[in-house]
Design a protein around this ligand. Sequence first.
Ligand code: HEM
Length: 500
Amino acid sequence: RQVLLPRDPKLPPEVFHLIPVFGSAASYGNDPIGFFESSRRKYGDCFTFVLLGRKMTVCMGPRGSNLVLGGKLSQVSAEEAYTHLTTPVFGEGVVYDCPNHMLMEQKRFVKFGLSQENFEAYVGMIDEEVTNFLNKDTRFATFQENDPSKWDSFHAFRTLSEITILTASRTLQGKEVRSSLDKTFSQRYLDLDGGFTPINFMFPNLPLPSYRRRDRAQKAMSDFYVDILRKRQAGKSEHDHDMMASLMGQSYKDGTPLSERDIAHILIALLMAGQHTSSATSSWMLLHVAENPDVGEALYQEQVEKFRNADGSWRTMTYDELRKLPVLDSVIRETLRLHPPIHSIIRKVISDIPVPPTLSAPSEDKTYLIPKGHFVMASPAVSQVDPLIWAEPLKWNPARWAESAAQTHYSTYYEAGEKVDFGFGVVSKGTESPYQPFGAGRHRCIGEQFAYLQIGAILATLVRNIEMKLTHPVPEHNYHTMITLPKDPCDIAYRRRTKA
Ligand code: HEM
């Protein structure tokens, strides 16, 4: 696409605010999506707002996403936007604490561990963990013994957080992490997590106890992984299909091997990147399934038809079978459309960016320049509920992902002649796609397949064992955390299925 250089570039319009420096922090912080939508109506697809002294330029719609996610390395930097938040948590030398080309190599190393062979092994492990959780967890087990036909309830996010860390540690993180979960590991994880909040993002260096706890936990966690690594190298510990095994022995293109600390810090980064994103998605998904018993029944029947043995016991799915379950797939996909865990994707502008006229207000042919020093922001969450693209955008409707229905919506959106990479349940992964829960471009998520596997296997085991319903509406979004979570009350009523 041709980018016209502006003859008379102006700064993008700035959202009106009363308090200098503070700017639009309250409106953005309480409801970023509502704030983006109302500002977009006033100012068009490109506008700037002030957030605690920083100038944030929001770029909406497909062209806006492309500008941020497909931006040139010479113009936008993820490292400069995120490193003050992520480096104290992940540790030094990895992800945003190294040049971009090293991150790209680290992503390649991680992809090596996210292999089909490992995924095959993970499905059974996740099934086993969830089944054990249901049988051993006091909430589920006590109740089961007393009266299996009675309805009880569980807190969706708290329960799914436990199940997510149990299953991620059993699979990607490795058995040593899994067996330490009941011990010190959990507290360290909580202390680290307490340092991964919007406050840490906005104020990197406050003299608060939580910052000190974060730093102590980072060091202890890093040492913990290095210790596992050394034991493995000394042949004292066995391992299966986990990420540490895949990272050991990997080298950068210039021949430098990944160091012990690099491996430890990549594992911490993967833990943090996957935990809240996956547990939030699974929570929203179960809340919607519980609200729609017909979908719960369709999911159950999909399992019964394919995986129930004649004697009523269940067969473990293969990874390939898991990927080919249309109801389960559409339920995850639709949940990520309405509730993408990351509502704002941010880059720092490191050299002036001329904005193509197509990104200006539709009625005016203005050209803007986003100056060096601003941050740019994309929000796929807005396109994912755009009424121009989606029929009944705020309705959770997994059936929209059936091929013919989805194609109708997209054809109304894309201009004639524009290439749409579309297959069953797959929307273009491009930087202009209206569906980007995993981002796009060079920083696109590498955990997508693992997340689908983990969330899908958890859902399958749950629907095999319990029926769910909601006694209140699906909760509203809580935007005060890094990841968009359901507000309370967020309880799901359930009862055990009786064996047919
Ligand atoms: C990046 C979403 C799970 C690892 C991202 C980005 C998004 C995202 C939107 C792009 C951020 C940006 O461009 O600034 C999600 C969602 C998940 C999920 C919705 C689950 C439902 C995971 C898991 C892992 C993971 C399970 C690890 C196994 C990463 C990493 C990056 C990333 C390492 C950074 C890539 C980079 O900056 O180049 N994720 N993620 N994610 N994700 Fe995920």
